[in-house]
Design a protein around this ligand. Structure first.
Ligand SMILES: Nc1ncnc2c1ncn2[C@@H]1O[C@H](COP(=O)(O)OP(=O)(O)OP(=O)(O)O)[C@@H](O)[C@H]1O
Length: 589
């Protein structure tokens, strides 16, 4: 894959974060593809869509690798104990108002479910909270800020109960209002998610919160950014574009692998699945089906776009953002009226020694949920009310699922099937994937009830345990495991041979050392009687020791020969099996 030079954006105020490493800026590439897409749109299946983007599209009729493939193997789970970001708890940022005590983000080491072992341990869903700044309307009404940030991942909500007792919530990371988009990339744990997607894990980052709390801002940046033609390196971008840049940097650093990236983008609007890369499906929504093979839900006939370069991924986002359902209501002029799911699948082909190529299938989902607020707050009527009711229904099902999953003791039936949203998030929530929840909240008094709801929701989600697995083709997993077995046996054989050789040497050496000092036989008669007796005694002792040692060595040798015999028979059997598998798959032996 040809990877162009990429540039990692740093916001002007990135100095707000202490201990942040400087990233060497790289030259940006012109976003030729995205420009051509926006200029030369053509109708495709009733949709306006870019020429080059459409030429890369394929309709997915086969079932994607959404869940663990039968026979898939669990390999090399990277440490999940690094959610906090790279600079640990020394990471602090100053608030814009200059009060050194306030932090743009605070971290909580103690709340981490940690797992740094391979393949085995469970880990909690990573939950971070982002607090948006006070907006113009709130400022003009003189609304007080109800939240405090004492650090260590804690948020204190004031004025929540009649007796004014503050409530304290703890999370993995809290992004205070002054936190930048770059802070969120660096410290939310999304980089870890991207690294794991490259390794073959299913990863999901989703934003949850009431309308106007900053979900879309966090994921895709300021409203209208795409419409204004901002390229991939514009500073206003949110987590998604920054993640794309980071993802391509990761791929570029792995020249030993071949990567294939495919992206898709859908929305769930009024419980209908619409392909944002083919908005014609608004008239005939797509079906969500169950795959027996991958044991997960998938969207039938969804378009996927081959993304060879950063601009391709950017074009997918641009296209989808243009097509998503946006409405206006009392609380947000640019409110997302649907849940959107942008999925980037990463196939990694890794050549193991010999001619065997092993593929892993990772993915990262970016999910922007519609607002979780009560309908009366948005003064919704008619169409907007219907939208809000559907939004609330699917978020309610998501809430049930989260409540069930987080109740470790009595996990009962999880109602994934009750909404399209939960069907599609099932594999992320259920535990084979790696999930990051970004709970978005507003800091002012008029939002307090919704803020508390969101914080409770997030606290529940934090209890969900997951046990991520790498998705790998069953065929590849079998070949890899056979190869590994053969290698282990070969290594063991070599070790045994060496061990046998060393034993023999050491015997010879010790034998020589035990030999009494060389005395010429013709001088023996000159020795005094007592020395002669000692000498005879020494020889007799040595003879006994040698006989014992010899019989031990014969015993060891016989045992090793038996082990070797077993090993070589086992090796032959495995090699034969490997040949058979190769013959079946590649038609050659
Ligand atoms: N951290 C932030 N910094 C600056 N502006 C923000 C921030 N978060 C949100 N905003 C602004 O607040 C407004 C509402 O944000 P946004 O549209 O992202 O909310 P939302 O949660 O996605 O709402 P909805 O559920 O209605 O789609 C936008 O104008 C956005 O730019």
């Amino acid at each position: 894959m040809a990877l162009k030079n990429l540039q990692l954006l740093r916001p002007a105020n990135s100095s707000m974060v202490h201990h942040q490493r400087q990233t060497k800026p790289m030259r940006a590439t012109p976003s030729a593809l995205s420009k051509s897409i926006s200029k030369s749109a053509e109708a495709l299946a009733g949709a306006k869509i870019g020429k080059e983007l459409s030429s890369r599209k394929t309709r997915s009729t086969e079932q994607p690798n959404q869940g663990p493939v039968r026979g898939s193997s669990v390999v090399n789970l990277p440490s999940l104990g690094t959610w906090r970001g790279k600079d640990d708890d020394s990471y602090r940022s100053r608030s814009r108002n200059g009060s050194g005590s306030s932090r743009a983000a605070s971290l909580d080491r103690s709340t981490r479910g940690s797992s740094s072992t391979v393949n085995s341990d469970e880990d909690n869903i990573n939950v971070v909270v982002r607090v948006r700044p006070v907006n113009e309307a709130e400022r003009s009404r003189g609304e007080p800020v109800m939240l405090e940030f004492p650090g260590k991942g804690q948020i204190i909500c004031n004025g929540t109960t009649p007796n004014k007792q503050p409530k304290v919530f703890s999370y993995n990371v809290v992004f205070e209002p002054a936190a930048t988009q770059e802070d969120v990339l660096e410290y939310s744990g999304v980089k870890r998610l991207l690294e794991m997607a490259v390794e073959g894990f299913s990863c999901t980052a989703f934003c949850y919160g009431q309308t106007g709390s900053g979900k879309t801002h966090t994921l895709t940046g300021r409203p209208g950014l795409m419409e204004k033609g901002a390229g991939p390196y514009c500073e206003g971008h949110g987590l998604v574009v920054r993640s794309f840049v980071y993802l391509f940097r990761l791929l570029r650093n792995r020249p030993e692998c071949h990567f294939v990236l495919k992206a898709s983008f859908l929305e769930i609007y009024n419980e209908k699945v619409i392909d944002l890369l083919n908005p014609g499906t608004a008239r005939k929504p797509l079906q969500v089906r169950w795959s027996k093979e991958s044991r997960s839900f998938y969207v039938e006939n969804q378009f996927t776009v081959d993304c060879e370069e950063l601009d391709d991924l950017f074009a997918v986002l641009e296209e989808g953002m243009r097509n998503r359902a946006v409405g206006s209501h009392a609380m947000n002029a640019n409110s997302s009226r649907s849940h959107t799911l942008l999925c980037v699948r990463v196939r990694r082909d890794l050549r193991t020694d010999g001619d065997v190529t092993c593929s892993t299938h990772g993915k990262i989902n970016f999910v922007d949920l519609a607002g979780s607020e009560m309908t009366k707050r948005t003064h919704s009527t008619g169409k907007t009310l219907e939208e809000a009711n559907n939004i609330n229904r699917s978020l309610m099902v998501l809430g049930y699922c989260i409540a069930q999953l987080s109740d470790g003791k009595k996990r009962g039936h999880i109602p994934y099937r009750d909404s399209k949203l939960t069907k599609l998030l099932a594999d992320s929530l259920a535990g084979n994937g790696v999930t990051l929840m970004i709970a978005c909240i507003a800091p002012t008094r008029s939002n307090l009830n919704e803020t508390i709801n969101t914080l409770r929701y997030a606290a529940r989600a934090k209890k969900i345990k997951s046990k991520p697995i790498v998705k790998m083709d069953a065929r590849d997993a079998l070949i890899l495991s056979l190869k590994r077995e053969v290698e282990a046996l070969q290594a063991e054989n070599a070790h045994l041979k060496t061990a046998l050789h060393v034993q023999t040497d050491s015997y010879t050496y010790s034998h020589r050392n035990r030999t009494p000092s060389d005395i010429e036989p013709n001088k023996l008669y000159k020795l005094p009687q007592a020395e002669l007796v000692d000498l005879v005694q020494l020889h007799m002792e040595e003879n006994t020791a040698l006989r014992t040692e010899n019989s031990e060595l014969f015993g060891v040798r016989d045992q090793l020969l038996r082990d070797q015999e077993i090993l070589s028979r086992e090796n032959e059997r495995l090699l034969k099996k490997l040949e058979d598998v190769n013959t079946t798959i590649f038609g050659t032996s």
